[in-house]
Design a protein around this ligand. Structure first.
Ligand code: GDP
Ligand code: MG
Length: 163
C-alpha cells in the first residue's frame, strides 16, 4: 500500500490546484467558485521515484451553516482517516480565518502528522505575513504557490519526511 496524503482546508485555499500540481493531472475540478469539488478525488504524486496517493477533498465546502467541525462532511473525515499524513492548506494572502482555526482545532485532536502550508505565497517577500498562522499550534508554516509551482516540490519533500 502506498502512503496516503490528504489535502485539507477551507474552500478556495487552492487544494484542487495543489492536487493538480502534485499529480500533474487536470482531473480535479479547479473552481473559481467554492463548492464545486464535491467528492474525494485520488491521484498519485511522484517524488524520487516513490509514489504517494494524494486525496483532494471538497467535503468542507458542502454546507454553509454552523461550526466547521459539524459541517466537515464525512467525505473529508474519511479522507483524513485514510491518510498517513495531512497537508493543511491555508491562504497566505487572506491570512488566518475563523474557519482555519476551527479546522486546526480538529486536526490538533487527531494523532496524525500534519504539515501546515500557506498557499498563494507567490511574490510574497515579507514572511511576517505568515507569522499569524503559528497561532494554529501546528508548528511551522510552509509557503508555496500551487498555481505557479513555487515551493511545491520542497513541500512534498517536507511532507514525506514526516511519514
Ligand atoms: P479549493 O476550493 O481549495 O480546491 O481551491 P481551488 O484549487 O479551486 O482554487 C481556488 C482559487 O484560488 C482559484 O481561483 C485558483 O486559481 C486560486 N489559486 C490556487 N492556487 C493559487 C496560488 O498559488 N496563487 C494564487 N494567486 N491563486 C491561487
Ligand atoms: Mg477544490
Amino acid at each position: 500500500m502506498l502512503p496516503v496524503i490528504a489535502l485539507v482546508g477551507r474552500p478556495n485555499v487552492g487544494k484542487s490546484t495543489l492536487f493538480n500540481r502534485l499529480t500533474r493531472t487536470r482531473d480535479a475540478i479547479v473552481a473559481d467558485f467554492a463548492g464545486l469539488t464535491r467528492d474525494r478525488h485520488y491521484g498519485t504524486a511522484l517524488l524520487d521515484k516513490r509514489q504517494y496517493i494524494v486525496i483532494d477533498t471538497g467535503g468542507l465546502e458542502d454546507s454553509s451553516e454552523g461550526p466547521i467541525f459539524e459541517k466537515m462532511a464525512s467525505q473529508t473525515w474519511q479522507a483524513i482517516a485514510e491518510a498517513d499524513l495531512v497537508i493543511f492548506l491555508v491562504d497566505g494572502r487572506a491570512g488566518l480565518t475563523g474557519q482555519d482555526q476551527e479546522i486546526g482545532r480538529e486536526l490538533r485532536k487527531i494523532n496524525k502528522p500534519t504539515l501546515l502550508v500557506a498557499n498563494k505565497a507567490e511574490g510574497m517577500k515579507d514572511s511576517a505575513q505568515l507569522a499569524e498562522f503559528y497561532e494554529l499550534g501546528l508548528g511551522d508554516v510552509y509557503a508555496v504557490s500551487a498555481a505557479h509551482g513555487q515551493g511545491v516540490r520542497d513541500m512534498l519533500q517536507m511532507a514525506v519526511d514526516k511519514l
